[in-house]
Design a protein around this ligand. Structure first.
Ligand SMILES: Cc1ncc(COP(=O)(O)O)c(C=O)c1O
Length: 423
């Protein structure tokens, strides 16, 4: 007999491996607004972890998906070509450096990370990878193996993929030199350049706590890679598509990757990811040795091509830079009266607020409590950082000035309610 799932208990049928930060039953979204089934309105400053950069349901993106849905839903990339992928490649060529002139598409950020690792190994004939402390690259086994943002991502899954060496990531400008020296040392002591295929790094640390390294650090990685024929893989899954006030975050640091990883903001919510590299390098990737059923799906490609056009037409990169400056300015005012909020940092609309207790220790409890209080007031925010002690601000790039002011006032109220106030 068919088991009936009542409205009340259907959630019990979901795997508890998914934590749930809210009980919101979402109905619809537009821009930064999310509306639940009761008609209650929330300000969504999570963007679904940095995905809906053009806002929820941007009308042009929705239209592009609707138009495509009437024509072709699935188009397996090795069986035939399709126009949405042609359009996407054309649009990407406008925003990706011309040296990265070959693209491979998949569905999630993790999958694109796997692609980058596999390409790096085939293209160099080398095995090992260097990743950076605090980095997050996803939860498939290869991606997990280069992830060190929190121990829960690795707990009881080990042993993971061998051949991974973890290098330090600078938590301040002053640490740059020490970290670069440590990296050189690793190449001398743990992984010879001749067996090191690539370094993988997020230009701005995401899950690891919204940390922005100095340009000197990333330029240092670039030069060490060049010196030894090691590939530099930049994971722009979270930082790409206008998020940091440039189209890709690497533009801030005046470096170019050998392999660029993209996802999240790429298709405004449809599952799409990809890597870009040079044609010459991609030709070393043994044909047929990598692929997938859904990668480069026509609906997702149509959404992505339109997303890039919207970002361009609505000047969302510039808006991200400007709104980001306003946001940092507003949040800095909160730091002056609340000593536990020790730092506001970020680039564009990728901004982190770090909380520490009276002993200077990361205060994850406080950050989570503030997140919970903001939720009660109708503001959705996420945390990040090794101890979940950083509140991250990733509103859609279409966020209005009024929404920014409102969100920061709700946040300030919530911080004050936790009993932390000067003067
Ligand atoms: C920098 C970075 N890389 C990779 C991933 C993994 O992407 P996905 O969750 O789509 O697999 C994420 C997800 O948060 C990310 O932030």
């Amino acid at each position: 007999m068919k088991e009936l799932v009542s409205q009340a208990d259907w959630k019990d049928y979901l795997s508890p491996v998914w934590p749930h930060f809210s009980d919101i039953m979402a109905d619809r979204g537009m821009g930064a607004a999310l509306i639940d089934q009761n008609g209650d309105r929330y300000l969504d400053f999570t963007s679904g972890i940095g995905v809906t950069n053009t806002g929820h349901c941007h009308p042009r993106v929705v239209k592009a998906i609707q138009n495509q849905a009437e024509k072709l839903l699935h188009g397996q990339a090795t069986i035939f070509y399709h126009k949405p992928m042609q359009d996407l490649v054309t649009e990407l060529r406008q925003v990706v450096p011309s040296s990265l002139n070959s693209f491979f598409f998949s569905n999630s950020g993790s999958e694109a990370v796997e692609s980058a690792i596999k390409l790096a190994r085939h293209a160099t004939g080398r095995t090992n990878l260097i990743c950076f402390q605090g980095g997050y690259h996803g939860r498939t086994v290869g991606a997990m193996s280069v992830t060190t943002a929190k121990r829960i991502y690795r707990l009881h899954y080990q042993p993971l993929m061998p051949g991974v060496i973890v290098a330090p990531f600078p938590s301040s400008e002053e640490e740059t030199e020490r970290c670069l020296e440590a990296l050189e040392q690793l190449l001398f002591t743990q992984t010879a350049p001749a067996e090191t295929a690539a370094m993988i790094v997020e230009p701005v640390l995401g899950e690891g706590g919204y940390m922005v390294p100095s340009a000197t650090f990333l330029q240092g990685l670039r030069s060490i890679c060049d010196q030894h024929g090691i590939l530099l893989i930049l994971d722009e899954v979270q930082s790409g598509f206008g998020r940091t006030g440039t189209f890709f975050a690497f533009e801030h640091f005046r470096i170019l990757p050998d392999i660029l990883i993209m996802a999240k903001g790429m298709a405004s919510g449809l599952p799409l990811s990809g890597i870009a590299s040079s044609r010459e390098r991609m030709e070393k990737w043994i044909q047929g040795s990598h692929g997938g059923t859904y990668g480069g799906n026509p609906l997702a490609c149509a959404a992505a091509a339109e997303t890039i056009r919207v970002i361009h037409d609505e000047h969302l990169v510039e808006r991200s830079a400007k709104a980001g400056r306003q946001l940092v300015h507003l949040l800095q005012a909160v730091t002056r009266t609340h000593p536990s909020l020790v730092e506001v940092r970020g680039l564009g609309l990728m901004v982190g607020c770090e909380f520490r207790d009276g002993n200077g220790k990361p205060d994850g409890k406080k950050a989570s409590e503030i997140r919970r209080r903001c939720l009660e007031k109708g503001l959705l925010l996420l945390t990040c950082g090794t101890h979940d002690h950083v509140i991250r601000w990733i509103p859609p790039l279409v966020v209005t000035e009024q929404e920014l002011h409102h969100a920061v006032s709700l946040f300030a109220e919530s911080v004050a309610e936790t009993g932390d106030r000067l003067g």
